[in-house]
Design a protein around this ligand. Structure first.
Ligand code: PA5
Length: 476
C-alpha cells in the first residue's frame, strides 16, 4: 500500500498555516485585530460559497485535478516510461505557468544537482526547462543536449504563445535535420484539446499529445499534464503529489473559515492589503523550495493584479509578490523587511525534518565565537535562523506567517501548491476581480505581434510607428 493511503502517515504529513504573527495578540497595534477577521466573515462566507458554486458548475476545473485524473495519470505514466526507455534528456519548452510549475516541483522533489548525477543515480533522463527566448541560452542548450537523444515536451495551453512556438519551430527544424524520418517521436505536445495552433500541428504531424483541460489556466495547471508529465519522467511519484493536493482539498473545502487554511490565509492577506501591505514576500527556508516561491510569485501577481473588478470599476488591485530565500536573503533583504516601510506580509516556508542532516564539526576551541557552532547540525542552524528572523520581525511589528511542511515530499508539495492556489482564488473573490484572466499582458503581446509582422496586426504596427520618439537628452 502506498504510504499516502495510510491515514496516520497522511496526518503526520499535514501542511499547516501558522498565522499567530499576523495578529494583534503578537504584534500589538501593527497586527490584525481578530474583530476585523470576524467583521469580514460574511464576505468570506460569500466568497467560499461562490467558489463552491463555480466548482460545481465546472468553471474551475483546476479544483478537481487532484481526484479526477485516473485515466490521464495512467496515460502519463505510460508515456513517461517510454520516454525514460528511449531518451537520455527531456526538455520542456514553455513559459509562465507552463514552465514554473515543472521547475518548482523538480527542484523540490529531486536531487538539487539532478542533471549532474550519473545516469544510474537518476530516476529519469536529465531535465531542462527552456522558459525564455534568450538567444544565448537557447544556443547554449545545444552544447549540452543532443537533440537525437532528447524528447521535447512543448507545453502551451493556448497553443499560440509566440515564445513557445518559436522554440518549437527551432526544435522541429533541428530534429528534421538531424533525425530525419521519425523526428515526430521526439515531441510530446501538451495543449488544449481543440483550441490553438499546436493541436492542429500535433494532429498533422502525429505527435503524442496530452490535454490541458478546459478551466485550467496556465498558473493553475501544475497538477494536470503540464506538470505531471515532466515530474513522472523524472521519477517523481505523481500519484502521491495528487494525493497530497486531494488531502489539502478536504481542508480548503471547509465552509467554516476557522477550519479552512486557504480561506483564513486569504482573509488575512485581504485585510493586510486594506492597510497598505502591498508586498507579499515568500521566503522558504530550504533551497528545495526556492522555485516554489517563484511559482507562487506568478500565481499571486498574474491572478490578483487587476485594473478593474468584475463590475468594471477601476480598482488597481493586487499585492506585489517577492521571492526570497532563507537564510541567504537574511544577508540581503531582511534589513529592509525589519526596518523599512510597513508594507509587507512575509510568509516563511519551513521544514520540520530535512531529508538530510549535516554535522558541523568541532574546532578552534580557543575561539568561542567559532567553536560554539561545533556539534550542531546545519538543519538545526537553519531552523534556529528562521526562528530568530521570525522573532526579530515580530518584535519589529512586521506581519508574518509560516507555512510548515513536516518534510519535503510529493505529498506535502501537492498540499502546498493546492493551498496556495485556493488561497489565491479566495483572495480573488474577496477582491471581486477575475482571478483567471490576464488582460494586462495583451497590449504587450499585440505590440510584439505587430513588431514581428504578424498578419492582422498592421493597424497596431502603424500605432506603434507613430508613438513619440525617445529624446536623446534623456539618454545618458
Ligand atoms: O498563467 C497563465 O495563464 C500564463 O502565465 C500562461 O501560463 C503563459 O502566458 C503561457 O501561456 P500558454 O500556456 O498558453 O503558452
Amino acid at each position: 500500500m502506498p504510504r499516502y493511503r495510510d491515514e496516520q502517515w497522511r496526518d503526520s504529513m499535514r501542511v499547516r498555516l501558522d498565522y499567530n504573527n499576523m495578529m494583534t495578540d503578537f504584534l500589538g497595534e501593527r497586527g490584525i485585530d481578530p474583530a476585523d477577521v470576524q467583521g469580514l466573515l460574511p464576505r468570506l462566507n460569500d466568497a467560499l460559497t461562490e467558489l463552491a458554486r463555480k466548482r460545481e458548475n465546472g468553471e474551475t476545473a483546476w479544483r478537481d485535478l487532484p481526484t479526477n485524473q485516473e485515466t490521464v495519470v495512467k496515460k502519463i505514466e505510460k508515456i513517461a516510461d517510454e520516454i525514460r526507455d528511449s531518451f537520455d534528456t527531456f526538455v520542456v519548452l514553455g513559459i509562465g505557468g507552463s514552465a514554473l510549475g515543472p521547475i518548482a516541483v523538480q527542484q523540490a522533489l529531486n536531487h538539487p544537482h539532478y542533471n549532474e548525477l550519473a545516469d544510474e543515480d537518476r530516476e529519469g533522463p536529465r531535465l531542462y526547462v527552456v522558459d525564455n527566448i534568450d538567444p544565448e541560452k537557447m544556443q547554449a542548450l545545444w552544447d549540452v543536449v543532443d537533440p537525437e537523444a532528447t524528447c521535447f515536451n512543448v507545453i502551451t495551453k493556448s497553443g499560440s504563445t509566440s515564445e513557445t512556438m518559436s522554440q518549437f519551430l527551432i526544435v522541429s527544424d533541428l530534429l528534421k535535420d538531424m533525425v530525419g524520418e521519425g523526428w515526430q517521436e521526439h515531441i510530446v505536445a501538451t495543449t488544449d484539446a481543440e483550441k490553438g495552433n499546436l493541436i492542429k500541428i500535433a494532429r498533422q504531424e502525429g505527435f503524442t499529445t496530452l490535454v490541458v483541460p478546459d478551466g485550467v489556466g496556465g498558473r493553475f495547471s501544475e497538477l494536470c499534464p503540464v506538470g505531471l508529465l515532466p515530474a513522472a519522467v523524472c521519477g517523481i511519484d505523481i500519484r502521491e503529489l495528487l494525493s497530497g493536493a486531494a488531502y489539502m482539498d478536504e481542508f480548503c473545502s471547509e465552509l467554516d473559515p476557522a477550519k479552512n487554511p486557504a480561506a483564513m490565509a486569504a482573509a488575512l492577506q485581504y485585510i493586510a492589503m486594506g492597510s497598505g501591505k502591498n508586498i507579499s514576500v515568500m521566503m522558504p527556508y530550504a533551497d528545495s523550495l526556492r522555485y516554489v516561491a517563484a511559482w507562487y510569485a506568478q500565481l499571486w501577481a498574474e491572478s490578483l493584479g487587476k485594473k478593474v473588478d468584475v463590475d468594471g470599476n477601476v480598482v488597481n488591485a493586487g499585492q506585489t509578490p517577492v521571492a526570497a530565500l532563507g537564510v541567504t536573503d537574511q544577508h540581503s533583504q531582511v534589513q529592509l523587511y525589519t526596518e523599512g516601510p510597513y508594507d509587507k506580509v512575509i510568509t516563511f516556508l519551513t521544514v520540520d525534518e530535512y531529508r538530510d542532516t549535516h554535522y558541523i564539526p568541532s574546532g578552534y576551541e580557543d575561539i568561542p565565537a567559532v567553536s560554539f557552532l561545533g556539534g550542531h547540525t546545519l538543519d538545526g542552524l537553519i531552523q534556529a535562523e528562521q526562528a530568530a528572523t521570525e522573532y526579530a520581525l515580530t518584535k519589529a511589528g512586521r506581519l508574518n506567517r509560516t507555512i510548515r511542511l513536516p518534510e519535503v515530499n510529493a505529498f506535502t508539495i501537492g498540499q502546498l501548491l493546492y493551498l496556495m492556489e485556493v488561497e489565491t482564488a479566495v483572495t480573488g473573490e474577496l477582491l471581486c476581480i477575475n482571478t483567471y484572466d490576464q488582460p494586462g499582458v495583451e497590449e504587450g503581446k499585440n505590440a510584439t505581434y505587430a513588431l514581428m509582422g504578424r498578419p492582422g496586426y498592421e493597424e497596431k504596427k502603424k500605432e506603434l510607428d507613430s508613438r513619440p520618439q525617445k529624446k536623446d537628452q534623456y539618454i545618458l
